[in-house]
Design a protein around this ligand. Structure first.
Ligand code: BG6
Length: 293
C-alpha cells in the first residue's frame, strides 16, 4: 500500500511484470499495465487525484446510480468515497504460485450517505490480476437493510486507444440502445461494428457477455467479459463536450473510449439479506493473436 496525494493505493504485480493500481478513493482502478509496462487504461493529463471527486480515467465504480437516473449526484457516491481494505479476506495474495494476485475492498454507507440514500449495504470489491496480466473485478453488493432496495451500476471503464477514428467495437451490432444524446430515446443499432466520428453516449441493452474493442493502429484488442451486467455503456465526449470538462484535455477524446459493463436499463433489486454479484474481466490481446480481426 502506498500513499498517493494522501490517499492509499494498492499495487498488484504479476510475475511477468504486468501491474494494476487500485485507489481506496472510490475503489477506482487507476492503472493497468501489461507486462511491457504499457498503460492500458486512459487517465486524463488534467485528472484531479483528490477527493471528493473521482479521478478522470481508470475504472470508476458507479453505484448506487448510473448517470442521473435517480436523485443522487451523477453516477452515485461510491466513486467519490474512501473505501477500506476488507479484513475478511487477506488483502493481497503474495503466493507466487497462485494464478492471481488480489486486493479486497469494502464500502459501507456513512451517516451522510444514508441521509441521501437511506439503504444499508455492504459493497465488497475484489480486484485481481492474473498471471498473464488479465484484470478482473468482482463486486458483491449485499442488502443489510430491513427493506428491499434497488440500484443501477456500472464499471465506468476508460480504455486507452491510439486514435478513436481507428477503433471499432464488436459485439453490440443489431442491439437496441438508449441514446443519452436524445433524451434516452430507444434506437436499434444497424450495420456492422461500431465506429466513431462524433460524440457518442449510449446504453446498449441486453448485450452479449463478451464484447471486443479493436484498435487497428495499435494492433491490439481489449476483450471485455462480463457477468450479471446486462448492458454496455459506450461514451466518447468528442470535441465540443471535451472543452466543457475542466479535468479533461481538449484533444484527449482521441485517446480514450469508455466501454462500461453496466446494469442501467433495469434496476437491480435486493431483498433484505440478498447479495448481487457483477463481474468484469478485461484482457488486452495483440491483433496477431485475434482470430480474424
Ligand atoms: C458517461 C455518461 O458514462 O460518463 C456520460 O454516459 C457522462 O453521460 C460521462 O458525461 C462522464 O461523467 P462524469 O460525471 O464522470 O463527468
Amino acid at each position: 500500500v502506498r500513499d498517493w496525494n494522501g490517499v492509499a493505493q494498492v499495487v498488484l504485480r504479476s510475475p511477468k511484470g504486468a501491474s494494476a493500481r487500485v485507489s481506496l478513493h472510490g475503489g477506482q482502478v487507476v492503472s493497468w499495465r501489461n507486462d511491457h509496462g504499457e498503460e492500458l487504461l486512459f487517465t486524463s493529463s488534467k485528472a484531479i487525484f483528490k477527493p471528493p471527486n473521482a479521478m478522470r480515467g481508470g475504472i470508476q465504480m458507479c453505484f448506487p446510480q448510473f448517470g442521473y437516473s435517480g436523485t443522487l449526484e451523477r453516477h452515485g457516491f461510491a466513486r467519490n468515497r474512501i473505501w477500506a481494505l476488507d479484513d475478511e479476506h487477506p488483502p493481497i495474495n503474495h503466493n507466487d504460485n497462485a494464478s492471481k494476485v488480489s486486493v479486497d475492498l469494502i464500502l459501507k454507507p456513512s451517516e451522510d450517505d444514508l441521509k441521501c440514500w437511506p439503504h444499508c449495504f455492504e459493497f465488497r470489491l475484489r480486484v485481481s490480476l492474473s498471471k498473464v496480466g488479465d484484470l478482473s473485478l468482482i463486486s458483491r453488493i449485499r442488502n443489510v437493510n430491513g427493506k428491499p432496495f434497488s440500484f443501477s451500476f456500472a464499471y465506468h471503464t476508460y480504455l486507452s486507444v491510439s486514435d478513436i477514428s481507428e477503433v471499432r467495437i464488436e459485439g453490440l451490432e443489431t442491439l437496441d440502445y438508449l441514446d443519452n444524446l436524445s433524451h434516452k430515446e430507444r434506437f436499434t443499432e444497424q450495420g456492422d461494428a461500431i465506429t466513431f466520428e462524433s460524440e457518442v453516449d449510449r446504453v446498449y441493452v441486453s448485450s452479449p457477455n463478451v464484447v471486443a474493442v479493436l484498435d487497428h493502429e495499435k494492433k491490439q484488442s481489449f476483450v471485455i467479459k462480463k457477468e450479471g451486467l446486462p448492458d454496455v455503456v459506450v461514451w466518447n465526449p468528442w470535441e465540443k463536450k471535451s472543452k466543457t470538462m475542466v479535468d479533461f484535455g481538449d484533444e484527449e477524446y482521441k485517446q480514450m473510449l469508455c466501454v462500461d459493463a453496466a446494469a442501467v436499463e433495469r434496476a437491480i433489486t435486493l431483498k433484505p439479506g440478498e447479495e448481487w454479484t457483477g463481474k468484469l474481466e478485461l484482457s488486452a490481446v495483440s491483433s496477431t493473436n485475434c482470430s480474424d480481426h
